[in-house]
Design a protein around this ligand. Structure first.
Ligand code: SAM
Length: 291
């Protein structure tokens, strides 16, 4: 079968099935083989690998993944795409399509039952409207994975790499810094997709650390503190944490911890690095050694 990365083949396939693009699902299909090859190269896929693809669309990148990986699981929410995938992937017997919402799929179960507990590589041209919940979900549910190589909105790729004190810095930057080493593999212009998105895109690879770069006694607490600190960017850390519905600390608790760390009591979350959030959480946590 001719490859869907040929724009003509994509257009013919869409017409044949009278497929209507759904904006609400962030559907922008790749039509550039060069870009797909860059994603595959950045993901470093071999026959040893099991890949989780999020949102295969009509199967454009899935065709390339199936040719290189041992196995591919592809999770697609749009039921109208399932018959199309049945045709475009008919040549490959190593692809399993799951018609579901990626945010509801129990990926840990797939890893256990279908992959003998071995870690996955995630590869995707992500639906941009849920980039952050997808990435945070993969990390926070501790899904066994080696890397995440994804197309995202260019600004989001920059947020993932941002450091303290910059405008792009936030909860997502800290989650990435804690779990993985980021590397931007390519910038991708709108004309590589059909329909064209109205934002620039970038391919980012997040290589999962074996051990996090900081010691945290309760990482769930640390991420609650991080979310509280950035939920109202203009507030001080003390106020952000004391006002959080997820946490039970008073302003005084936070002030004391900041003083012990030698930090100004009016400091904002955007000025704390990962190491400082780790320390703060180790000081505030119930059963943590620094308490
Ligand atoms: N991989 C294809 C490509 O590169 O041409 C399509 C990428 S398109 C940007 C995003 C895909 O994710 C669409 O097929 C869309 O239907 C699917 N999608 C959107 N929300 C989803 C969700 N919550 N769970 C699974 N798939 C989703």
């Amino acid at each position: 079968m001719r490859k869907l990365s040929d724009p003509q083949v994509t257009i013919e396939t869409i017409k044949k099935y009278e497929f209507a693009f759904q904006k609400r699902f962030g559907q922008n299909f790749l039509i550039d083989e060069h870009v797909i090859n860059k994603i595959i190269a950045a993901a470093d896929i071999t026959r040893e690998d099991t890949v989780l693809e999020i949102g295969p669309g009509i199967g454009t990148m899935t065709q390339y993944l199936a040719e290189r990986a041992g196995r591919v699981f592809a999770v697609e929410i749009d039921k109208n795409l399932i018959p199309i995938l049945g045709e475009t992937l008919s040549e490959y017997d190593n692809v399993t399509i799951i018609n579901d919402d990626i945010l509801k799929v129990d990926i840990n179960r797939i890893v256990e039952e279908e992959n003998g507990g071995r870690p996955l590589k995630v590869v995707a041209n992500l639906p941009y409207y849920i980039t952050t919940p997808i990435i945070m979900g993969l990390f926070e549910q501790h899904v066994p994975l080696l890397s995440i190589t994804v197309m995202v909105q260019k600004e989001v790729a920059e947020r993932m790499q941002a450091g303290p004190g910059t405008k792009d810095y936030g909860a997502l930057s800290l989650a990435v810094a804690y779990y993985a080493k980021p590397y931007i593999a390519a910038n991708v212009p709108p004309n590589c997709f059909i329909p064209r998105p109205n934002v620039g895109s970038a391919v980012i690879r997040l290589t999962r650390y074996n051990e996090p770069p900081v010691q945290v006694c309760d990482d769930r607490l640390m991420f609650k503190l991080i979310r509280a600190s950035f939920s109202q960017r203009r507030k001080t850390l003390q106020n952000g944490i004391a006002n959080s519905g997820e946490l039970d600390f008073t302003k005084e608790d936070v002030r004391k911890a900041l003083a012990a760390m030698g930090l100004n009591e009016n400091i904002r979350g955007e000025n704390l690095g990962l190491e400082e959030f780790a320390r703060l959480s180790n000081m505030l946590g119930e059963n943590c050694p620094e308490k």
